[in-house]
Design a protein around this ligand. Structure first.
Ligand code: ARG
Length: 457
Protein backbone atom coordinates (compact mmCIF):
# COMPACT_ATOMS: atom_id res chain seq x y z
CA UNK A 1 0.00 0.00 0.00
CA UNK A 2 1.21 3.51 -0.79
CA UNK A 3 2.36 5.47 2.23
CA UNK A 4 0.45 8.41 3.65
CA UNK A 5 3.62 10.36 3.03
CA UNK A 6 3.67 9.48 -0.69
CA UNK A 7 4.48 12.77 -2.36
CA UNK A 8 7.76 13.25 -4.08
CA UNK A 9 7.98 9.48 -4.42
CA UNK A 10 5.11 7.13 -5.12
CA UNK A 11 5.50 5.75 -1.60
CA UNK A 12 6.07 2.18 -2.81
CA UNK A 13 8.74 0.81 -0.50
CA UNK A 14 10.29 -2.60 -1.04
CA UNK A 15 8.96 -5.05 1.58
CA UNK A 16 12.31 -5.69 3.19
CA UNK A 17 13.02 -1.96 3.43
CA UNK A 18 9.54 -1.33 4.78
CA UNK A 19 9.96 -3.93 7.53
CA UNK A 20 13.34 -2.50 8.35
CA UNK A 21 11.97 1.02 8.54
CA UNK A 22 8.88 0.20 10.55
CA UNK A 23 8.71 0.84 14.30
CA UNK A 24 5.11 -0.10 15.04
CA UNK A 25 6.22 -3.37 16.60
CA UNK A 26 7.65 -1.43 19.54
CA UNK A 27 6.05 2.01 19.42
CA UNK A 28 2.49 0.61 19.47
CA UNK A 29 2.67 0.70 23.26
CA UNK A 30 2.40 4.51 23.04
CA UNK A 31 -1.04 4.51 21.36
CA UNK A 32 -2.74 6.16 24.32
CA UNK A 33 -0.24 9.01 24.49
CA UNK A 34 -0.39 9.45 20.73
CA UNK A 35 -4.17 9.78 20.79
CA UNK A 36 -4.21 12.10 23.82
CA UNK A 37 -1.59 14.29 22.13
CA UNK A 38 -3.67 14.43 18.96
CA UNK A 39 -6.80 15.38 20.87
CA UNK A 40 -5.00 18.31 22.47
CA UNK A 41 -3.61 19.26 19.07
CA UNK A 42 -7.06 19.33 17.47
CA UNK A 43 -8.39 21.44 20.35
CA UNK A 44 -5.51 23.91 19.91
CA UNK A 45 -6.07 24.13 16.14
CA UNK A 46 -9.71 25.07 16.76
CA UNK A 47 -8.89 27.48 19.60
CA UNK A 48 -6.58 29.31 17.21
CA UNK A 49 -9.10 29.18 14.33
CA UNK A 50 -6.77 27.09 12.20
CA UNK A 51 -9.58 24.55 11.79
CA UNK A 52 -13.26 24.98 12.69
CA UNK A 53 -14.62 23.94 16.07
CA UNK A 54 -16.93 21.50 14.26
CA UNK A 55 -13.93 19.80 12.64
CA UNK A 56 -12.08 19.69 15.94
CA UNK A 57 -15.09 18.12 17.65
CA UNK A 58 -15.23 15.43 14.98
CA UNK A 59 -11.52 14.78 15.29
CA UNK A 60 -11.66 14.58 19.08
CA UNK A 61 -14.69 12.28 19.02
CA UNK A 62 -13.06 10.12 16.37
CA UNK A 63 -9.84 9.91 18.38
CA UNK A 64 -11.60 9.05 21.61
CA UNK A 65 -13.54 6.35 19.76
CA UNK A 66 -10.27 4.89 18.46
CA UNK A 67 -8.87 4.91 21.98
CA UNK A 68 -11.96 3.17 23.30
CA UNK A 69 -11.82 0.59 20.50
CA UNK A 70 -8.14 -0.10 21.07
CA UNK A 71 -8.62 -0.40 24.84
CA UNK A 72 -11.63 -2.64 24.43
CA UNK A 73 -10.13 -4.81 21.70
CA UNK A 74 -12.65 -3.79 19.01
CA UNK A 75 -9.78 -2.38 16.96
CA UNK A 76 -6.47 -4.18 16.47
CA UNK A 77 -3.26 -2.37 15.68
CA UNK A 78 -2.22 -3.04 12.11
CA UNK A 79 1.37 -4.18 12.29
CA UNK A 80 1.79 -3.46 8.59
CA UNK A 81 1.67 0.26 9.38
CA UNK A 82 4.93 2.16 9.62
CA UNK A 83 4.45 3.40 13.15
CA UNK A 84 1.76 4.11 15.73
CA UNK A 85 1.42 7.73 14.64
CA UNK A 86 0.62 6.72 11.05
CA UNK A 87 -1.72 4.00 12.25
CA UNK A 88 -3.88 6.32 14.35
CA UNK A 89 -4.04 8.94 11.62
CA UNK A 90 -4.88 6.32 9.02
CA UNK A 91 -7.76 4.86 11.03
CA UNK A 92 -9.02 8.35 11.78
CA UNK A 93 -9.03 9.25 8.09
CA UNK A 94 -10.72 5.97 7.15
CA UNK A 95 -13.44 6.72 9.66
CA UNK A 96 -13.85 10.49 9.15
CA UNK A 97 -12.80 11.05 5.56
CA UNK A 98 -11.29 14.43 4.70
CA UNK A 99 -11.67 15.86 8.20
CA UNK A 100 -9.19 13.26 9.42
CA UNK A 101 -6.63 14.69 7.06
CA UNK A 102 -6.73 18.04 8.88
CA UNK A 103 -5.25 16.69 12.13
CA UNK A 104 -1.66 16.83 10.98
CA UNK A 105 -1.78 20.60 10.34
CA UNK A 106 1.02 22.50 12.09
CA UNK A 107 2.84 19.46 13.43
CA UNK A 108 5.20 16.76 12.23
CA UNK A 109 5.88 13.22 13.28
CA UNK A 110 9.16 14.56 14.64
CA UNK A 111 7.55 16.64 17.38
CA UNK A 112 4.74 14.09 17.70
CA UNK A 113 7.09 11.20 18.51
CA UNK A 114 9.08 13.35 20.92
CA UNK A 115 5.84 14.29 22.66
CA UNK A 116 4.60 10.71 22.87
CA UNK A 117 7.82 9.37 24.42
CA UNK A 118 7.89 12.09 27.05
CA UNK A 119 4.28 11.44 27.97
CA UNK A 120 4.82 7.70 28.04
CA UNK A 121 7.95 7.89 30.16
CA UNK A 122 6.66 10.35 32.72
CA UNK A 123 3.93 7.83 33.58
CA UNK A 124 6.50 5.05 33.73
CA UNK A 125 8.58 7.12 36.15
CA UNK A 126 5.56 7.43 38.44
CA UNK A 127 5.08 3.68 38.33
CA UNK A 128 8.76 2.91 38.90
CA UNK A 129 8.87 5.36 41.81
CA UNK A 130 5.94 3.49 43.35
CA UNK A 131 7.87 0.21 43.10
CA UNK A 132 10.98 1.82 44.58
CA UNK A 133 8.91 3.06 47.51
CA UNK A 134 7.50 -0.42 48.06
CA UNK A 135 11.04 -1.79 48.11
CA UNK A 136 12.23 0.88 50.54
CA UNK A 137 9.32 -0.03 52.82
CA UNK A 138 10.24 -3.73 52.66
CA UNK A 139 13.91 -2.99 53.39
CA UNK A 140 13.08 -0.61 56.23
CA UNK A 141 10.63 -3.02 57.86
CA UNK A 142 13.27 -5.75 57.65
CA UNK A 143 15.82 -3.39 59.20
CA UNK A 144 13.40 -2.63 62.02
CA UNK A 145 12.98 -6.35 62.68
CA UNK A 146 16.77 -6.81 62.91
CA UNK A 147 17.76 -3.43 64.34
CA UNK A 148 19.82 -5.10 67.10
CA UNK A 149 21.04 -8.26 65.34
CA UNK A 150 24.84 -8.18 65.54
CA UNK A 151 26.86 -9.20 62.49
CA UNK A 152 30.35 -8.47 61.26
CA UNK A 153 30.70 -5.36 59.12
CA UNK A 154 33.26 -5.79 56.35
CA UNK A 155 35.84 -3.80 54.49
CA UNK A 156 37.83 -5.57 51.75
CA UNK A 157 35.40 -8.43 52.52
CA UNK A 158 37.43 -8.92 55.71
CA UNK A 159 35.66 -8.73 59.07
CA UNK A 160 36.10 -5.15 60.24
CA UNK A 161 33.82 -3.94 63.01
CA UNK A 162 30.60 -5.18 64.55
CA UNK A 163 27.42 -3.69 63.10
CA UNK A 164 23.78 -4.69 63.12
CA UNK A 165 21.93 -6.29 60.27
CA UNK A 166 19.40 -3.48 60.55
CA UNK A 167 22.17 -0.95 59.98
CA UNK A 168 23.46 -2.84 56.95
CA UNK A 169 19.98 -2.98 55.43
CA UNK A 170 19.38 0.71 56.04
CA UNK A 171 22.40 1.48 53.84
CA UNK A 172 20.32 0.16 50.93
CA UNK A 173 17.28 2.16 52.01
CA UNK A 174 19.41 5.33 51.76
CA UNK A 175 20.59 4.41 48.24
CA UNK A 176 17.03 3.76 47.13
CA UNK A 177 15.91 7.06 48.61
CA UNK A 178 18.46 8.82 46.39
CA UNK A 179 17.13 6.84 43.43
CA UNK A 180 13.67 8.18 44.15
CA UNK A 181 15.01 11.70 44.27
CA UNK A 182 16.85 11.25 40.98
CA UNK A 183 13.70 9.93 39.29
CA UNK A 184 11.68 12.93 40.48
CA UNK A 185 14.39 15.25 39.20
CA UNK A 186 14.48 13.50 35.83
CA UNK A 187 10.71 13.83 35.51
CA UNK A 188 10.95 17.56 36.13
CA UNK A 189 13.22 18.09 33.09
CA UNK A 190 11.30 15.56 31.01
CA UNK A 191 7.99 17.31 31.56
CA UNK A 192 8.51 20.00 28.89
CA UNK A 193 6.44 19.85 25.73
CA UNK A 194 8.09 19.56 22.31
CA UNK A 195 4.80 19.66 20.38
CA UNK A 196 4.65 22.61 18.01
CA UNK A 197 8.37 22.43 17.18
CA UNK A 198 7.03 20.70 14.04
CA UNK A 199 9.58 19.16 11.69
CA UNK A 200 12.46 21.32 12.97
CA UNK A 201 11.83 25.01 12.44
CA UNK A 202 8.47 25.75 14.03
CA UNK A 203 5.49 26.72 11.90
CA UNK A 204 3.94 29.60 9.97
CA UNK A 205 0.53 28.88 11.52
CA UNK A 206 -0.47 30.98 14.49
CA UNK A 207 -0.34 28.09 16.98
CA UNK A 208 -0.41 28.14 20.77
CA UNK A 209 2.16 25.71 22.04
CA UNK A 210 1.49 26.57 25.66
CA UNK A 211 -2.22 25.82 25.30
CA UNK A 212 -1.34 22.33 24.12
CA UNK A 213 1.36 21.83 26.73
CA UNK A 214 -0.97 22.83 29.53
CA UNK A 215 -3.77 20.58 28.26
CA UNK A 216 -1.36 17.64 28.35
CA UNK A 217 -0.08 18.37 31.84
CA UNK A 218 3.38 19.69 30.92
CA UNK A 219 5.17 22.25 33.08
CA UNK A 220 6.47 24.22 30.10
CA UNK A 221 7.63 23.95 26.49
CA UNK A 222 10.95 23.20 24.77
CA UNK A 223 12.27 26.65 23.93
CA UNK A 224 14.12 25.85 20.70
CA UNK A 225 12.39 23.93 17.95
CA UNK A 226 15.56 22.22 16.68
CA UNK A 227 16.36 21.08 20.20
CA UNK A 228 12.77 20.07 20.86
CA UNK A 229 12.80 17.45 18.10
CA UNK A 230 16.42 16.29 18.54
CA UNK A 231 16.55 16.08 22.31
CA UNK A 232 16.66 12.62 23.81
CA UNK A 233 18.44 13.72 26.98
CA UNK A 234 15.40 12.70 28.98
CA UNK A 235 15.83 9.10 27.74
CA UNK A 236 19.55 9.08 28.49
CA UNK A 237 18.93 10.70 31.86
CA UNK A 238 16.23 8.22 32.83
CA UNK A 239 18.45 5.33 31.74
CA UNK A 240 21.35 6.77 33.76
CA UNK A 241 19.11 6.96 36.81
CA UNK A 242 17.87 3.45 36.17
CA UNK A 243 21.45 2.24 35.74
CA UNK A 244 22.43 3.67 39.11
CA UNK A 245 19.34 2.07 40.62
CA UNK A 246 20.41 -1.25 39.08
CA UNK A 247 23.89 -0.82 40.58
CA UNK A 248 22.19 -0.69 43.96
CA UNK A 249 19.98 -3.70 43.31
CA UNK A 250 22.96 -5.58 41.93
CA UNK A 251 25.15 -4.93 44.98
CA UNK A 252 22.28 -5.89 47.24
CA UNK A 253 21.78 -9.05 45.17
CA UNK A 254 25.46 -9.92 45.43
CA UNK A 255 25.29 -9.68 49.22
CA UNK A 256 22.09 -11.71 49.42
CA UNK A 257 23.76 -14.37 47.27
CA UNK A 258 26.83 -14.40 49.51
CA UNK A 259 24.78 -14.41 52.70
CA UNK A 260 22.69 -17.33 51.44
CA UNK A 261 25.77 -19.50 50.85
CA UNK A 262 26.78 -22.28 53.25
CA UNK A 263 29.95 -20.32 53.90
CA UNK A 264 27.98 -17.42 55.36
CA UNK A 265 24.53 -18.74 56.19
CA UNK A 266 23.44 -15.29 57.36
CA UNK A 267 20.11 -15.23 55.59
CA UNK A 268 17.57 -17.65 54.26
CA UNK A 269 15.42 -16.70 51.29
CA UNK A 270 11.85 -17.89 51.16
CA UNK A 271 11.47 -21.00 48.98
CA UNK A 272 9.16 -18.93 46.78
CA UNK A 273 12.11 -16.80 45.66
CA UNK A 274 14.62 -19.57 45.02
CA UNK A 275 14.94 -22.47 42.62
CA UNK A 276 16.29 -26.01 42.81
CA UNK A 277 18.84 -27.70 40.60
CA UNK A 278 17.87 -30.25 37.95
CA UNK A 279 20.68 -32.56 39.11
CA UNK A 280 21.74 -31.62 42.66
CA UNK A 281 18.85 -32.35 45.03
CA UNK A 282 20.34 -30.39 47.93
CA UNK A 283 20.37 -27.07 46.09
CA UNK A 284 18.42 -23.93 46.87
CA UNK A 285 19.63 -21.32 44.46
CA UNK A 286 19.12 -17.56 44.79
CA UNK A 287 18.18 -17.23 41.10
CA UNK A 288 16.10 -14.08 41.50
CA UNK A 289 18.97 -12.17 43.08
CA UNK A 290 21.38 -13.52 40.45
CA UNK A 291 19.05 -12.47 37.64
CA UNK A 292 18.73 -8.98 39.03
CA UNK A 293 22.53 -8.79 39.20
CA UNK A 294 22.68 -10.03 35.61
CA UNK A 295 20.02 -7.64 34.36
CA UNK A 296 21.99 -4.68 35.68
CA UNK A 297 24.39 -5.29 32.78
CA UNK A 298 21.50 -5.24 30.38
CA UNK A 299 20.25 -1.85 31.59
CA UNK A 300 23.77 -0.37 31.37
CA UNK A 301 23.87 -1.74 27.82
CA UNK A 302 20.62 0.04 26.98
CA UNK A 303 22.12 3.32 28.20
CA UNK A 304 25.36 2.81 26.30
CA UNK A 305 23.45 1.92 23.15
CA UNK A 306 21.45 5.13 23.18
CA UNK A 307 24.42 7.35 24.04
CA UNK A 308 26.34 5.82 21.17
CA UNK A 309 23.42 6.32 18.79
CA UNK A 310 23.10 9.98 19.74
CA UNK A 311 26.73 11.04 19.88
CA UNK A 312 27.32 11.77 16.21
CA UNK A 313 23.89 12.95 15.14
CA UNK A 314 23.63 16.30 13.40
CA UNK A 315 20.56 18.43 14.18
CA UNK A 316 17.67 17.96 13.92
CA UNK A 317 15.71 14.67 13.58
CA UNK A 318 17.51 11.68 12.08
CA UNK A 319 16.00 8.25 11.63
CA UNK A 320 18.70 6.87 13.93
CA UNK A 321 16.59 8.33 16.72
CA UNK A 322 13.92 5.71 16.19
CA UNK A 323 16.44 3.45 17.98
CA UNK A 324 15.76 5.32 21.23
CA UNK A 325 12.58 3.42 21.96
CA UNK A 326 13.67 -0.20 22.15
CA UNK A 327 16.45 0.62 24.59
CA UNK A 328 14.44 2.90 26.84
CA UNK A 329 11.46 0.53 26.86
CA UNK A 330 13.72 -2.40 27.65
CA UNK A 331 15.38 -0.50 30.50
CA UNK A 332 12.04 0.52 31.96
CA UNK A 333 10.50 -2.96 31.64
CA UNK A 334 13.58 -4.63 33.11
CA UNK A 335 13.80 -2.32 36.10
CA UNK A 336 10.09 -2.70 36.83
CA UNK A 337 10.37 -6.49 36.82
CA UNK A 338 13.44 -6.41 39.05
CA UNK A 339 11.82 -4.10 41.59
CA UNK A 340 8.63 -6.13 41.70
CA UNK A 341 10.46 -9.35 42.49
CA UNK A 342 12.96 -7.74 44.84
CA UNK A 343 10.52 -6.23 47.35
CA UNK A 344 8.75 -9.48 48.28
CA UNK A 345 12.07 -11.36 48.16
CA UNK A 346 13.42 -9.01 50.85
CA UNK A 347 10.14 -9.00 52.79
CA UNK A 348 10.17 -12.80 53.08
CA UNK A 349 13.91 -13.14 53.79
CA UNK A 350 14.85 -14.27 57.30
CA UNK A 351 18.13 -13.65 59.08
CA UNK A 352 20.05 -16.35 60.91
CA UNK A 353 21.01 -14.09 63.80
CA UNK A 354 22.92 -16.88 65.60
CA UNK A 355 25.27 -17.37 62.67
CA UNK A 356 25.71 -13.64 62.26
CA UNK A 357 26.62 -13.30 65.92
CA UNK A 358 28.98 -16.28 65.75
CA UNK A 359 30.76 -14.77 62.75
CA UNK A 360 31.05 -11.51 64.64
CA UNK A 361 32.70 -13.29 67.57
CA UNK A 362 35.70 -14.34 65.50
CA UNK A 363 37.85 -12.10 63.40
CA UNK A 364 38.83 -9.67 66.18
CA UNK A 365 36.31 -7.09 65.06
CA UNK A 366 36.50 -5.46 68.48
CA UNK A 367 40.21 -4.62 68.08
CA UNK A 368 39.36 -0.97 67.30
CA UNK A 369 37.35 -0.81 70.51
CA UNK A 370 40.28 -2.24 72.45
CA UNK A 371 42.48 0.54 71.08
CA UNK A 372 39.77 3.09 71.86
CA UNK A 373 39.74 1.78 75.46
CA UNK A 374 43.42 2.71 75.86
CA UNK A 375 42.83 6.09 74.22
CA UNK A 376 40.09 6.73 76.74
CA UNK A 377 42.68 5.99 79.44
CA UNK A 378 45.06 8.59 78.02
CA UNK A 379 47.23 6.77 75.44
CA UNK A 380 47.66 8.41 71.98
CA UNK A 381 45.66 6.49 69.33
CA UNK A 382 48.69 5.31 67.31
CA UNK A 383 50.30 3.72 70.38
CA UNK A 384 46.98 2.18 71.42
CA UNK A 385 46.49 0.84 67.87
CA UNK A 386 49.90 -0.84 68.06
CA UNK A 387 49.24 -2.54 71.39
CA UNK A 388 45.83 -3.73 70.23
CA UNK A 389 47.43 -5.18 67.09
CA UNK A 390 50.09 -6.99 69.12
CA UNK A 391 47.40 -8.49 71.35
CA UNK A 392 45.49 -9.69 68.27
CA UNK A 393 48.69 -11.35 66.99
CA UNK A 394 49.15 -13.01 70.38
CA UNK A 395 45.56 -14.32 70.34
CA UNK A 396 46.05 -15.76 66.86
CA UNK A 397 49.23 -17.46 68.04
CA UNK A 398 47.46 -18.87 71.11
CA UNK A 399 44.27 -19.74 69.25
CA UNK A 400 42.09 -17.56 71.45
CA UNK A 401 40.10 -14.30 71.27
CA UNK A 402 40.47 -10.91 72.99
CA UNK A 403 37.50 -11.61 75.28
CA UNK A 404 39.24 -14.74 76.68
CA UNK A 405 42.71 -13.28 77.28
CA UNK A 406 43.45 -12.90 81.05
CA UNK A 407 43.96 -9.45 82.49
CA UNK A 408 47.51 -10.37 83.58
CA UNK A 409 48.51 -10.74 79.92
CA UNK A 410 46.84 -7.46 79.00
CA UNK A 411 48.79 -5.76 81.75
CA UNK A 412 52.09 -7.04 80.33
CA UNK A 413 51.33 -4.79 77.33
CA UNK A 414 50.04 -1.74 79.20
CA UNK A 415 49.37 -0.96 82.83
CA UNK A 416 46.38 1.11 81.72
CA UNK A 417 44.40 -2.12 81.29
CA UNK A 418 41.91 -2.95 84.00
CA UNK A 419 38.97 -5.31 84.47
CA UNK A 420 36.57 -2.86 82.83
CA UNK A 421 38.20 -3.58 79.44
CA UNK A 422 36.08 -6.71 79.00
CA UNK A 423 32.91 -4.66 79.08
CA UNK A 424 34.33 -2.30 76.48
CA UNK A 425 35.21 -5.04 74.01
CA UNK A 426 31.94 -6.87 74.43
CA UNK A 427 30.30 -6.87 70.96
CA UNK A 428 27.05 -5.56 72.36
CA UNK A 429 28.90 -2.60 73.88
CA UNK A 430 30.86 -2.03 70.66
CA UNK A 431 27.63 -1.71 68.74
CA UNK A 432 25.58 0.22 71.26
CA UNK A 433 28.32 2.77 71.87
CA UNK A 434 28.37 3.82 68.21
CA UNK A 435 25.71 6.41 68.80
CA UNK A 436 27.04 8.96 66.30
CA UNK A 437 24.34 10.00 63.82
CA UNK A 438 24.15 7.41 61.07
CA UNK A 439 26.10 4.93 63.23
CA UNK A 440 25.30 1.32 64.02
CA UNK A 441 23.80 1.52 67.55
CA UNK A 442 20.20 0.33 67.77
CA UNK A 443 19.20 3.85 68.73
CA UNK A 444 20.86 5.29 65.65
CA UNK A 445 19.42 2.63 63.36
CA UNK A 446 15.95 3.38 64.73
CA UNK A 447 16.53 7.06 63.96
CA UNK A 448 17.53 6.15 60.38
CA UNK A 449 14.37 4.08 60.03
CA UNK A 450 12.27 6.96 61.27
CA UNK A 451 14.02 9.36 58.89
CA UNK A 452 13.35 7.12 55.87
CA UNK A 453 9.72 6.56 56.84
CA UNK A 454 9.23 10.31 57.12
CA UNK A 455 10.75 10.81 53.68
CA UNK A 456 8.32 8.32 52.21
CA UNK A 457 5.46 10.22 53.84
N1 ARG B 1 8.81 6.22 13.82
C1 ARG B 1 9.60 7.43 13.91
C2 ARG B 1 10.43 7.39 15.20
O1 ARG B 1 10.14 6.56 15.99
C3 ARG B 1 8.71 8.61 13.92
C4 ARG B 1 9.32 9.85 13.36
C5 ARG B 1 9.43 9.78 11.93
N2 ARG B 1 9.82 11.01 11.36
C6 ARG B 1 10.31 11.05 10.14
N3 ARG B 1 10.67 12.19 9.69
N4 ARG B 1 10.47 9.96 9.43
O2 ARG B 1 11.35 8.12 15.38
Amino acid sequence: MAKMWAGRTDGQVEKIADDFNSSIRFDCRMYRQDIQGSMAHAAMLAAKNIITQADADQLIDGLSQILEDLDGGALAIDMECEDIHMFVEQVLTQRLGDVGKKLHTARSRNDQVALDIRMYLRDEITEIAGFVKALITAVTDKADQYADAIMPGYTHLQRAQPITFGHHLMAYAMMLLRDLDRLADCKKRMNMSPIGCCALAGTTYDTDRRFEAEKLGFDGICMNSLDGVSDRDFCAELMSDLSILMVHLSRFSEEIILWSSWEFKFVELSDAYTTGSSIMPQKKNPDMAELVRGKAGRVFGDLMGLLTTLKGLPLAYNKDMQEDKESIFDAVDTVKMCLQVFAPMVATMTANTKNMKRAAQTGFINATDLADYLVKKGLPFRSAYKISGQLVALCIQKGTVLEELPLSIYQEYSDLFDNDLYKDIDLQTCVEKRISEGGTSTQSVKAQIQFVREQLG
